[in-house]
Design a protein around this ligand. Structure first.
Ligand SMILES: Nc1nc2c(ncn2[C@@H]2O[C@H](COP(=O)(O)OP(=O)(O)OP(=O)(O)O)[C@@H](O)[C@H]2O)c(=O)[nH]1
Ligand SMILES: [Mg+2]
Length: 196
């Protein structure tokens, strides 16, 4: 998973972290790449809700323990069946909101992530109103941090957000399979809808 805005650059100090970005851009395609379908999925939501944790779990099968705010965006990839899915995790901080529309463009599915606290869910509702309705993508929600005391149940979050909502614990490695299944089923549903 590669951050396009290396923190070293952002802090105006030494640039050390640009190689992985180039690697992503000029990656030589293999025959298998051409045989595969490619789809884009984006994750948006307020800071600290767990977007980076989710794409790290999906793409690297690792859990995130520290909070390292995303600067700009992170990319990740996961192969689900015959499909290589590129995962775009867009920084939640207000100063990066100008990026959201651009990076969501072309995404088949947009996951709006919340940390399942009542306050965050209500603020997430505003995000859906502002960004979700503009796009042609399928919009789904992730009620993350289900392990924390006081977390709203996914069904309660769904009632407030008015979009299909899945519970998640992005710091639990055993939840990776569930998260893969959620993404795969969403993409399959879109494919079926588009073929009708
Ligand atoms: N308890 C708990 N903590 C979690 C969970 N998912 C993520 N976290 C923690 O929440 C913190 C923030 O997670 P991130 O994934 O960095 O949050 P983010 O949404 O990417 O935040 P920004 O990059 O600022 O937009 C980290 O310390 C994670 O370890 C979860 O399901 N349960
Ligand atoms: Mg992040």
């Amino acid at each position: 998973m590669y951050n396009t805005y290396p923190k070293q650059y952002y802090n105006n100090t030494k640039i050390q972290n640009t190689k992985p970005v180039l690697y992503t851009v000029i990656r030589i395609k293999t025959k298998e790449d051409y045989d595969m379908k490619h789809e884009k999925v984006a994750f948006i939501g307020l800071p600290t809700v767990g977007k980076t944790s989710i794409i790290t779990l999906l793409s690297e099968n690792k859990t995130v323990t520290n909070y390292d705010p995303t600067i700009g965006i992170n990319f990740g990839f996961v192969t689900l069946g015959e499909c290589e899915v590129s995962l775009f995790d867009i920084a939640g901080q207000d100063r990066f909101k100008f990026l959201w529309n651009g990076f969501m463009r072309g995404a088949k599915v947009i996951f709006v992530v919340t940390d399942s606290t009542p306050k965050n869910v209500l603020n997430t509702r505003r995000i859906i109103d502002e960004f979700g309705n503009k796009s042609n993508s399928m919009v789904l929600a992730i009620a993350n941090k289900q392990d924390l005391a006081g977390a709203m149940k996914p069904s309660q979050v769904e009632d407030l957000l008015n979009v299909k909502t899945y519970g998640m614990v992005a710091i639990n490695p055993r939840k990776r399979i569930l998260m893969c299944r959620i993404v795969k089923e969403a993409l399959e549903k879109i494919m079926i809808e588009n073929s009708n």
